[in-house]
Design a protein around this ligand. Structure first.
Ligand code: 4AD
Ligand code: MG
Length: 460
């Protein structure tokens, strides 16, 4: 007999004569003639209550089942006599698949996020992390649906690259050199002898590759892991994170902002409609304002504001910031959060940033000072999306590469796209972990990715 997932079982309209469930024991309570087992199989937040009658031939063993043990239960789904649940399972047979010793670290009590991080291999067995990772899965699905409904094509861009899209030098190197014996030529490392015959690294963004495909297939997106060796131990940065990057041909900055706004709204609405039980846990135990925040994100019209005006608002505000604000400096997350949480009280899209703080590929505006960049800022997170219209004019692009110190020879293929049928195009990157933080209220990026990679941490 095939097992039924508890999620299916609890949504049943009618009693079921023969069911088989398999899962892990959350708790056991004994009365004189019964044992009650709460079983969870990870398919949903709720447990199913199993009633084991003392007449079962392994009742002695059942009476010793500990939290964390794995069981297979055959029985009948019947209306529950107790309060708090609609259904329960009257067991006809309980097979103890694996008995967990008392050292199982998740005994019934609340554990801190810090402690659960130290047992990241077991934390998905808790209500909170089970819910977070189910939401993560649902959101992945929603992202593909969003793009497919709009005729975007999904492109798999390389993880190993020879280019630095963001030009920030935050790349993890990839090599097969023996560190004790690195070949040199004229006192410098001889990358000719390395695996790829030149320097290689893990990608910081799939954008440059995505652009080539937008300029062939029209509207495309990537959704994959990205890597940044930023040595900043913040609650919003991970060394390995997932990014969704749409890229659109024949699209300017305004169209780009429209898509960003539409996408964030779509995903907030999707979660509100499709993940009620899991979301409810976060609204009750993690962030009491969560539903209001999500409704605001799903329904409000986002503010669109040039960077210069944002700097004006920030310099005139009475708020005590840790970092100063001035034109030409990148905004800190405290500034971004002030704008979206306190000043406008809804999502804000900032655009036209000074070219000095943005990468080479962003389109230069007529003022020669700013580029057609845009960042979407949301409450509690700050920047969730970073994007731009791309520089499609070959001469200006080459000039910007020189200005920012890039080696044009390495980017000959990228420059070719501005030689043959170059057109206006735009795109952005949405940080997937930041999105999950936004919709769950979880405040640390380490708690929304199964096995986080951050400075000095690569356990699991
Ligand atoms: O603003 P970023 O650096 O933009 C790019 O990489 C562009 N090439 C994207 C594009 O136009 N196709 O990163 C985009 C988003 C940020 O807004 C943030 O949400 C997320 O990626 N992000 C990170 N998330 C987690 N950990 C990090 N270290 C992150 N760095 C960026
Ligand atoms: Mg950015």
């Amino acid at each position: 007999m095939k097992r039924t997932k508890i999620f299916k079982l609890l949504n049943s309209e009618t009693p079921i004569k023969d069911v088989l469930i398999k899962g892990w024991v959350r708790t056991r309570r004994d009365s004189k003639t019964f044992s009650f087992l709460e079983i969870n199989d990870g398919s949903c937040l709720k447990n199913v209550q199993v009633i084991a009658d003392s007449g079962l031939d392994n009742y002695d063993a059942i009476n010793r089942i500990s939290t964390g043990s794995a069981v297979a239960v055959s029985g009948e789904l019947t209306p529950s006599k107790g309060s708090g649940q609609k259904w329960e399972v009257q067991a006809t047979d309980i097979d103890i698949l694996h008995m967990s010793p008392d050292s199982f670290p998740l005994q019934k009590k609340r554990h801190s996020d810090e402690y659960l991080r130290s047992i990241a291999h077991l934390r998905p067995r808790t209500n909170k992390y089970g819910a977070a990772f189910r939401i993560r899965s649902e959101l992945s699905y929603a992202i593909h649906t969003f793009f497919r409904d709009r005729d975007f094509r999904y492109i798999h861009t390389p993880i190993i690259t020879g280019s630095d899209c963001e030009g920030a030098g935050e790349m993890f190197r990839l090599t097969t050199f023996d560190f004790k014996n690195i070949p040199e030529i004229d006192g410098k490392t001889d990358f000719n002898q390395d695996f790829f015959g030149k320097e290689a690294n893990l990608t910081v963004s799939g954008q440059l590759s995505a652009e080539m495909f937008a300029l062939s297939l029209g509207d495309v997106y990537t959704f994959g892991p990205t890597f940044r060796a930023e040595n900043s131990n913040t609650s919003r940065h991970a060394a390995e994170f997932w990014m969704i990057e749409p890229e659109m041909a024949f699209c300017d900055l305004e169209g780009n902002m429209d898509l960003g706004e539409e996408m964030v709204k779509y995903l907030a609405t999707f979660i509100l409609d499709e993940c009620k039980d899991d979301l409810d846990l976060f609204a009750r135990f993690v962030d009491k304002q969560l539903m209001n925040t999500l409704e605001n994100i799903a329904e409000s019209t986002y503010v669109r504001l040039p960077y210069t005006e944002a700097v004006d608002i920030l310099t005139h505000s009475k708020f005590k910031f840790e970092y100063d604000v001035s034109y030409g400096k990148d905004l800190q997350s405290e500034h971004e959060r002030y704008l979206t949480e306190k000043h406008f009280k809804k999502p804000v899209i900032l655009y036209n940033y000074p070219k000095t703080i943005k990468p080479f590929y962003m389109r230069l505006n007529d003022d020669n000072k700013t580029v057609a960049a845009m960042d979407v800022l949301v409450p509690r997170i700050g920047e969730i999306i970073g994007g731009s219209q791309r520089e499609e004019r070959l001469d200006i692009l080459e000039h910007r590469m020189d200005e920012t110190g890039l080696n044009k020879e390495n980017y000959w293929w990228y420059l070719d796209s501005r030689r043959y049928g170059s057109v206006e195009h735009s795109g952005f990157g949405l940080g997937f972990e930041r999105l999950i933080m936004l919709v769950t209220g979880i405040s640390n990026i380490r708690d929304v990715i199964p096995f986080p990679r951050t400075p000095k941490n690569i356990d699991f």
